[in-house]
Design a protein around this ligand. Structure first.
Ligand code: ZN
Length: 139
């Protein structure tokens, strides 16, 4: 029985460019530091790993590469990976969360043209309504 990876399906909804934009706008030290306590250690940052129990920090963040890695449990990746695993979110939600945090509007590739059309129509109606109100108040 072949299982299709839900992961690859979800990734297709957000363009690679958007993901790169989100990562560019996110400082991984700042992000992880808002979840757990991180300590500067030379050019890197260290923390107690949130993904496994440990007493001495083996969780390392490398700001120059915007990458984290835990020598204890082997977890590692980008800011998106961290949010996904820490909050246990689907990849796409992790990207969205970071985008919101960075104030980026995500362009989703798989948009429904019908939905777009009705949105535009609603927008026009609103404009007409606004004009009508302006007219009646000026009389
Ligand atoms: Zn770990």
């Amino acid at each position: 029985m072949a299982h299709s990876l839900p992961h690859s399906k979800i990734v297709a909804q957000i363009s690679k460019e958007s993901i790169e934009k989100v990562l560019e706008a996110t400082d991984i030290v700042d992000l992880i530091g808002s979840y757990i306590q991180v300590k500067k250690a030379g050019s890197q940052y260290k923390a107690l790993c949130p993904f496994h129990h440990e007493k001495s920090p083996s969780f390392t963040i490398t700001p120059s590469r915007q990458y984290f890695h835990c020598f204890g449990c082997g977890k590692g990746g980008s800011a998106i990976t961290f949010i996904r695993d820490y909050e246990n979110l689907p990849f796409v939600d992790a990207v969205k969360k970071l985008a919101t945090r960075a104030g980026i509007h995500l362009v989703e590739e798989a948009s429904d043209p019908k939905e777009d059309q009705s949105r535009r129509a609603r927008g026009r109606l609103l404009d007409v309504h606004r004009e009508a109100t302006a007219f009646s108040t000026s009389c």
